[in-house]
Design a binder for this molecule. Structure first.
Ligand SMILES: [Zn+2]
Length: 601
């Protein structure tokens, strides 16, 4: 491998341009020093929101102004620091602003409780007051929380106990990230390699079955040796979720977890049952995999190794930019004009350099471009990353352009929709222009893997989460044995006849940090399904449907997430979008089968 370039050796054209944010670091310092003034301005309203609707409206404005300013200062510091994490000067600016954010959130902690402590009568007058008209949605959101907000004293007790309540999750995290050690595993050349969380997936992708099997055994034997401890951290965390939901007058932990997005349990249950209905397509896929690998039955270590040899296409940065822009053409002129600005105005930090943060993200604030950081190395998967991050950035751009700061940030529930939609458009475009069989096969396989990992696997996780919370709510025994047995059966159900799961898979629950995130993962599955539906709409060429999609991008958080998606043509309260996404999956599996059969002939 060639020496990594230093930041200075990267051509300007492939680095982002942060100068529209702050011309110089002195400018940044000056602006940073103004933050306290904004905090003092907002603090003037403390203890005064009950005075009048006008005062509350002014408080909202002052807080928004201060937060918007803080975000701008933070954005520059964190982007600049990620360029080269070894640079102590940029690091110190980031530390400074991170500390300021913590200080601010402490100083502003009074605001919501004070609004929620208004008498019902005052609250209702405020809701209809012209002075607060713009904030109606925010107030309605707060009103939804009122029945689940406790007295000041009780809230204080809950607040004080939160660190203790989170100790199970913290214990798991420390064990899983720091203290756990895995054995060494022999690779195909017989070389012993230390197994880690990070390289586990590489082992599972190994061509040599005995290497895969050895890594699988090593991983789950290790977790198996900790099974009672980890069942205990997980059960304590689930009990915490259940306790909190009961204290806050929810019917279940699930209901409580979905409440912030105003989503009913029906959406969650509907996802699970619709995925169940479509499991035969996944089972068919595993059977094709079994045939290609020429095995009697697949084991759990045979479900990740690539079916298709890596597409060896080397893509230049210029080619990647062109492909993505061409792929997005169906999104129309308004979209593509802005997309072009991402390249012309240098919103993207494209290449790897010494010290640069790994991975990729889209980030920015109300007063900056929606920047993208990535480490483009010329693989096809990098091109998908570029399309993905641009999806996020365009979503941010349009929401900020269309919405006031107050309603401009979209929620996590819809966050992956635009990014996935762009990936699907890229898939479609590359399938259309490609004449190379291998390349096509790579694309089909890539898409199948996305469905598998995002819709099926996350729904299986969602189902497990639901069950373990119900175990606690219904006082059923929650032990390493009971949850492992359930997890094993779940794996059998999702993988079908072609797979004969090694019993060690029953311990997989023990290494998934998401089970400590309180019903988070289902959003991956609903988001992906929504993206499939939307990309179909866009590709249909129907102008009204395209308009609906663009309005989705522009909506920010001005409405409930389900309503925003419904306006765009995706009603997640019905089985339709998930069904339609999974019938698409079924078609791609058929396509895979055909291409592979054709090749065999
Ligand atoms: Zn993303």
């Amino acid at each position: 491998m060639s020496e990594q370039l230093t930041r200075n050796e990267i051509p300007e054209s492939k680095k982002w341009d942060l100068s529209p944010l702050y011309k110089t670091t002195e400018n940044w310092e000056t602006d940073f020093n103004q933050i306290d003034k904004g905090i003092d301005e907002a603090l003037k309203y403390r203890g005064r929101v009950r005075e009048s609707a006008e005062i509350l409206a002014q408080a909202f404005k002052a807080i928004d102004k201060m937060e918007r300013h803080l975000e701008k200062v933070y954005t520059f510091a964190h982007l600049e620091s990620d360029q080269d994490t070894s640079n102590s000067e940029t690091r110190s600016r980031l530390d400074k602003v991170t500390a300021k954010i913590a200080e601010t959130s402490g100083k502003m902690a009074w605001f919501e409780p004070e609004v929620l402590s208004l008498s019902e009568e005052t609250f209702n007058t405020y809701l209809t007051s012209p002075a607060l008209e713009f904030y109606t949605r925010t107030l309605t959101e707060l009103a939804r929380r009122r029945p689940h907000t406790l007295s000041e004293k009780e809230e204080r007790i809950l607040g004080m106990s939160s660190e203790v309540m989170n100790s199970a999750s913290k214990t798991f995290s420390i064990l899983n990230n720091a203290d756990i050690t895995f054995p060494k595993v022999k690779d195909e050349a017989g070389k012993e390699i230390q197994l880690t969380h990070g390289n586990y997936v590489n082992f599972l992708e190994n061509k040599d079955r005995s290497v895969r099997k050895a890594a699988f055994d090593a991983m789950y034997s290790t977790f198996g040796s900790l099974r009672n401890t980890l069942a205990c951290t997980l059960s304590s965390n689930v009990k915490k979720d259940v306790l909190k939901s009961q204290l806050r007058n929810f019917d279940s932990a699930l209901e409580s977890a979905l409440h912030p997005d105003n989503i009913g349990s029906d959406v969650y249950n509907n996802l699970i049952s619709t995925v169940h209905d479509n499991l035969p397509a996944l089972h068919k896929y595993y059977d094709i995999r079994r045939k290609i690998l020429n095995l009697d039955k697949l084991d759990m270590c045979d479900v990740y190794n690539p079916l298709v040899p890596d597409s060896k296409v080397e893509v230049t940065w210029e080619q990647a930019c062109e492909w993505v822009q061409e792929a997005c053409k169906p999104l129309g002129e308004e979209y593509c004009t802005v997309l072009k600005r991402a390249f012309d105005e240098r919103w993207i930090d494209a290449l790897e350099n010494k010290g640069k943060r790994s991975g990729a993200y889209s980030s920015g604030c109300y007063d900056s471009a929606p920047y993208i950081m990535m480490n483009f190395s010329g693989t096809l998967s990098d091109v998908f990353t570029l399309a993905h991050e641009l999806g996020h950035s365009m979503h941010s751009y349009f929401s900020k352009k269309e919405q006031d700061y107050h309603y401009s940030s979209y929620k996590i529930f819809v966050a992956e929709v635009a990014s996935t939609t762009n990936e699907l458009l890229l898939h479609n475009y590359l399938m259309e222009i490609s004449t190379d069989e291998n390349f096509k096969l790579y694309l089909i396989n890539h898409l199948i893997d996305s469905f598998k990992g995002t819709v099926f696997r996350q729904t299986m996780f969602a189902e497990f989460e639901k069950e373990i919370h119900e175990m606690v709510e219904q006082s059923k025994p929650f032990t390493a044995d009971s949850i492992s047995a359930y997890y094993y059966e779940l794996n059998k159900k999702y993988h079908g006849e072609a797979v004969d799961p090694d019993s060690k898979i029953e311990m997989e629950w023990a290494r998934i940090p998401h089970f400590y995130y309180n019903f988070y993962v289902y959003k991956y599955a609903t988001g992906f399904s929504a993206a499939v539906a939307l990309s179909k709409n866009i590709l249909s060429g129907d102008a009204a449907k395209l308009e609906d999609y663009l309005n989705f991008l522009k909506a920010g958080c001005s409405k409930d997430v389900l309503d925003i998606l419904k306006d765009a043509g995706v009603d997640l309260s019905t089985p339709e979008p998930i069904n339609s996404a999974l019938s698409e999956f079924s078609e791609i599996v058929d396509e895979l089968e055909q291409v592979l059969l054709y090749r065999k002939r």
